[in-house]
Ligand binder design. Structure first.
Ligand SMILES: [Zn+2]
Length: 248
Protein backbone atom coordinates (compact mmCIF):
# COMPACT_ATOMS: atom_id res chain seq x y z
CA UNK A 1 0.00 0.00 0.00
CA UNK A 2 1.19 3.50 -0.87
CA UNK A 3 0.54 6.77 0.91
CA UNK A 4 1.26 10.10 -0.75
CA UNK A 5 0.97 13.10 1.53
CA UNK A 6 2.57 16.35 2.48
CA UNK A 7 3.90 16.27 6.04
CA UNK A 8 6.14 17.99 8.56
CA UNK A 9 8.99 16.02 10.15
CA UNK A 10 8.27 16.45 13.87
CA UNK A 11 10.95 14.04 15.13
CA UNK A 12 14.01 12.39 13.67
CA UNK A 13 16.32 9.74 14.94
CA UNK A 14 19.44 8.26 13.37
CA UNK A 15 19.33 4.52 12.87
CA UNK A 16 22.68 2.80 12.29
CA UNK A 17 25.17 4.56 10.03
CA UNK A 18 23.00 6.32 7.51
CA UNK A 19 19.29 5.66 8.01
CA UNK A 20 16.70 7.80 9.70
CA UNK A 21 13.52 7.01 11.58
CA UNK A 22 11.25 10.00 11.04
CA UNK A 23 7.99 10.90 12.75
CA UNK A 24 5.68 12.70 10.36
CA UNK A 25 2.63 14.87 10.94
CA UNK A 26 0.70 14.05 7.77
CA UNK A 27 -2.39 15.65 6.25
CA UNK A 28 -4.75 12.69 6.30
CA UNK A 29 -3.03 9.88 8.20
CA UNK A 30 -2.29 11.45 11.58
CA UNK A 31 1.20 10.95 12.98
CA UNK A 32 3.20 8.10 11.46
CA UNK A 33 6.73 6.82 11.90
CA UNK A 34 8.66 5.77 8.84
CA UNK A 35 12.15 4.61 7.90
CA UNK A 36 14.13 6.73 5.48
CA UNK A 37 17.02 4.66 4.14
CA UNK A 38 20.34 6.45 3.46
CA UNK A 39 18.72 9.72 4.55
CA UNK A 40 21.71 10.71 6.68
CA UNK A 41 23.90 10.71 3.60
CA UNK A 42 24.34 14.24 2.29
CA UNK A 43 24.46 12.87 -1.25
CA UNK A 44 20.97 11.42 -0.92
CA UNK A 45 18.01 13.52 -2.06
CA UNK A 46 16.20 12.60 1.15
CA UNK A 47 18.83 14.25 3.35
CA UNK A 48 17.21 17.71 3.59
CA UNK A 49 13.62 16.63 3.02
CA UNK A 50 13.56 14.23 5.98
CA UNK A 51 15.38 16.44 8.51
CA UNK A 52 13.66 17.87 11.57
CA UNK A 53 11.10 20.60 10.73
CA UNK A 54 11.26 19.90 7.00
CA UNK A 55 7.92 20.23 5.20
CA UNK A 56 7.94 17.83 2.26
CA UNK A 57 5.82 15.83 -0.15
CA UNK A 58 6.23 12.19 0.82
CA UNK A 59 5.63 8.90 -0.95
CA UNK A 60 5.51 6.23 1.71
CA UNK A 61 5.30 2.51 1.24
CA UNK A 62 3.49 0.53 3.90
CA UNK A 63 5.28 -2.77 4.42
CA UNK A 64 4.19 -5.66 6.57
CA UNK A 65 4.84 -3.96 9.89
CA UNK A 66 6.49 -0.66 9.08
CA UNK A 67 6.38 2.39 6.86
CA UNK A 68 9.24 3.16 4.48
CA UNK A 69 9.87 6.53 2.86
CA UNK A 70 10.17 5.94 -0.87
CA UNK A 71 10.70 9.56 -1.82
CA UNK A 72 10.52 12.97 -0.17
CA UNK A 73 10.54 16.29 -1.96
CA UNK A 74 11.27 19.38 0.12
CA UNK A 75 8.66 22.16 0.06
CA UNK A 76 9.84 24.39 2.95
CA UNK A 77 12.48 24.20 5.63
CA UNK A 78 11.62 27.33 7.70
CA UNK A 79 15.21 28.37 7.26
CA UNK A 80 15.19 31.38 9.62
CA UNK A 81 14.41 29.15 12.59
CA UNK A 82 17.88 27.57 12.40
CA UNK A 83 19.62 30.78 13.40
CA UNK A 84 17.39 31.65 16.36
CA UNK A 85 17.69 29.22 19.27
CA UNK A 86 14.63 30.63 21.10
CA UNK A 87 12.39 30.39 18.02
CA UNK A 88 13.82 26.96 17.22
CA UNK A 89 13.04 25.68 20.72
CA UNK A 90 9.45 26.97 20.42
CA UNK A 91 9.16 25.23 17.03
CA UNK A 92 10.32 21.97 18.61
CA UNK A 93 7.71 22.43 21.34
CA UNK A 94 5.00 22.77 18.64
CA UNK A 95 6.25 19.50 17.14
CA UNK A 96 6.14 17.74 20.50
CA UNK A 97 2.56 18.96 21.04
CA UNK A 98 1.54 17.47 17.71
CA UNK A 99 3.29 14.24 18.66
CA UNK A 100 1.38 14.06 21.96
CA UNK A 101 -2.05 15.17 20.74
CA UNK A 102 -2.54 13.90 17.19
CA UNK A 103 -4.00 10.38 16.97
CA UNK A 104 -2.50 7.79 14.61
CA UNK A 105 -3.98 7.09 11.17
CA UNK A 106 -6.68 9.70 11.29
CA UNK A 107 -7.63 12.87 9.46
CA UNK A 108 -5.10 15.39 10.77
CA UNK A 109 -5.51 18.28 8.37
CA UNK A 110 -6.24 20.97 10.95
CA UNK A 111 -3.30 19.89 13.13
CA UNK A 112 -1.00 20.10 10.11
CA UNK A 113 -2.36 23.53 9.20
CA UNK A 114 -1.76 24.78 12.76
CA UNK A 115 1.84 23.51 12.80
CA UNK A 116 2.58 24.86 9.30
CA UNK A 117 1.12 28.29 10.04
CA UNK A 118 2.79 28.58 13.43
CA UNK A 119 6.19 27.56 12.00
CA UNK A 120 5.73 29.95 9.08
CA UNK A 121 4.87 32.96 11.27
CA UNK A 122 7.60 32.05 13.74
CA UNK A 123 10.17 31.80 10.96
CA UNK A 124 9.05 35.13 9.45
CA UNK A 125 9.09 36.84 12.84
CA UNK A 126 5.86 38.66 11.99
CA UNK A 127 3.75 37.46 14.92
CA UNK A 128 4.58 37.55 18.62
CA UNK A 129 5.94 34.16 19.79
CA UNK A 130 3.52 34.13 22.75
CA UNK A 131 0.57 34.59 20.39
CA UNK A 132 1.77 31.65 18.30
CA UNK A 133 2.34 29.58 21.43
CA UNK A 134 -1.15 30.29 22.79
CA UNK A 135 -2.86 29.58 19.45
CA UNK A 136 -0.97 26.32 18.98
CA UNK A 137 -1.61 25.09 22.52
CA UNK A 138 -5.27 26.01 22.84
CA UNK A 139 -6.48 25.25 19.32
CA UNK A 140 -4.80 21.84 19.35
CA UNK A 141 -6.39 21.04 22.71
CA UNK A 142 -9.78 22.24 21.49
CA UNK A 143 -9.74 19.98 18.42
CA UNK A 144 -8.35 17.05 20.44
CA UNK A 145 -11.49 16.85 22.56
CA UNK A 146 -10.50 19.33 25.27
CA UNK A 147 -12.61 22.32 24.26
CA UNK A 148 -12.93 24.53 27.34
CA UNK A 149 -16.25 26.25 28.12
CA UNK A 150 -15.47 29.94 27.69
CA UNK A 151 -18.88 31.23 26.69
CA UNK A 152 -19.98 32.54 30.08
CA UNK A 153 -19.38 32.32 33.83
CA UNK A 154 -20.08 28.79 35.00
CA UNK A 155 -21.76 30.15 38.11
CA UNK A 156 -24.11 32.93 36.95
CA UNK A 157 -23.84 32.76 33.14
CA UNK A 158 -22.69 36.38 32.81
CA UNK A 159 -20.68 37.02 29.65
CA UNK A 160 -18.28 39.54 31.13
CA UNK A 161 -17.36 41.07 34.43
CA UNK A 162 -14.61 43.29 35.79
CA UNK A 163 -12.43 40.21 36.10
CA UNK A 164 -12.96 36.69 34.89
CA UNK A 165 -11.02 33.67 36.11
CA UNK A 166 -10.07 30.68 34.00
CA UNK A 167 -9.89 27.51 36.07
CA UNK A 168 -7.86 24.84 34.22
CA UNK A 169 -9.07 21.92 36.36
CA UNK A 170 -12.71 22.53 35.33
CA UNK A 171 -11.88 23.97 31.87
CA UNK A 172 -14.27 26.86 32.46
CA UNK A 173 -14.46 30.52 33.47
CA UNK A 174 -15.97 32.17 36.53
CA UNK A 175 -16.71 35.81 37.23
CA UNK A 176 -15.38 37.67 40.26
CA UNK A 177 -18.69 37.28 42.14
CA UNK A 178 -18.92 33.53 41.65
CA UNK A 179 -15.32 32.47 42.07
CA UNK A 180 -13.70 31.71 45.39
CA UNK A 181 -9.98 32.29 44.79
CA UNK A 182 -9.02 29.69 47.37
CA UNK A 183 -11.05 26.88 45.81
CA UNK A 184 -8.82 26.01 42.84
CA UNK A 185 -5.78 27.33 40.95
CA UNK A 186 -6.90 29.94 38.42
CA UNK A 187 -5.66 32.62 36.05
CA UNK A 188 -7.13 36.10 36.19
CA UNK A 189 -8.02 37.23 32.66
CA UNK A 190 -8.47 40.73 31.35
CA UNK A 191 -11.25 41.15 28.81
CA UNK A 192 -8.65 41.20 26.02
CA UNK A 193 -7.10 37.89 27.06
CA UNK A 194 -10.52 36.22 27.47
CA UNK A 195 -11.67 37.50 24.07
CA UNK A 196 -8.50 36.03 22.55
CA UNK A 197 -9.14 32.65 24.21
CA UNK A 198 -12.69 32.62 22.85
CA UNK A 199 -11.35 33.58 19.43
CA UNK A 200 -8.81 30.73 19.39
CA UNK A 201 -11.41 28.15 20.39
CA UNK A 202 -14.41 29.19 18.34
CA UNK A 203 -13.27 31.08 15.21
CA UNK A 204 -12.98 29.60 11.69
CA UNK A 205 -9.46 28.42 10.92
CA UNK A 206 -8.95 31.11 8.27
CA UNK A 207 -9.17 33.82 10.97
CA UNK A 208 -7.31 31.90 13.68
CA UNK A 209 -4.15 34.02 13.67
CA UNK A 210 -5.88 37.32 12.95
CA UNK A 211 -5.79 39.08 16.27
CA UNK A 212 -3.35 41.06 18.32
CA UNK A 213 -3.00 41.88 22.00
CA UNK A 214 -0.79 44.15 24.09
CA UNK A 215 2.17 42.42 25.72
CA UNK A 216 0.65 42.11 29.23
CA UNK A 217 -2.56 40.53 27.91
CA UNK A 218 -0.50 38.19 25.72
CA UNK A 219 1.31 37.02 28.85
CA UNK A 220 -2.02 36.32 30.59
CA UNK A 221 -3.24 34.46 27.53
CA UNK A 222 -0.07 32.39 27.24
CA UNK A 223 -0.11 31.56 30.97
CA UNK A 224 -3.75 30.44 30.76
CA UNK A 225 -3.30 28.22 27.69
CA UNK A 226 -0.07 26.73 29.06
CA UNK A 227 -1.59 25.95 32.47
CA UNK A 228 -4.58 24.35 30.76
CA UNK A 229 -2.28 22.25 28.59
CA UNK A 230 -0.21 20.98 31.50
CA UNK A 231 -3.42 20.25 33.42
CA UNK A 232 -4.72 18.13 30.52
CA UNK A 233 -1.40 16.36 29.91
CA UNK A 234 -0.63 15.95 33.60
CA UNK A 235 2.97 17.05 33.03
CA UNK A 236 5.17 19.74 31.51
CA UNK A 237 6.51 18.68 28.09
CA UNK A 238 10.37 18.75 28.15
CA UNK A 239 10.51 21.03 25.09
CA UNK A 240 8.26 23.56 26.88
CA UNK A 241 10.50 23.42 29.91
CA UNK A 242 13.54 24.08 27.72
CA UNK A 243 11.85 26.92 25.82
CA UNK A 244 10.94 28.65 29.08
CA UNK A 245 14.49 28.29 30.38
CA UNK A 246 16.02 30.08 27.41
CA UNK A 247 13.19 32.51 26.62
CA UNK A 248 13.10 34.17 30.02
ZN1 LIG B 1 -20.62 34.52 37.80
Amino acid sequence: MYITTDAVVIKEQTIGESDRLVTLLTRNSGVIRAFARKAKSLKDSKSASTGLLAYSDFSIYKGKDKYIVDSAELKDIFFNLRSDIVALSLAQYFCELAFMLVPEETDSEEYLRIVLNSLHFLSQGKKHPLLLKAVTELRMLAISGYMPDLIACKGCSCYENEAMYFVPSVAAIYCEDCFDLASAPSIRLSMGALTAMRHICYVDFNKLYSFSLPENALKELSTATERYLTEVLGRIPPTLDFYKTIAS
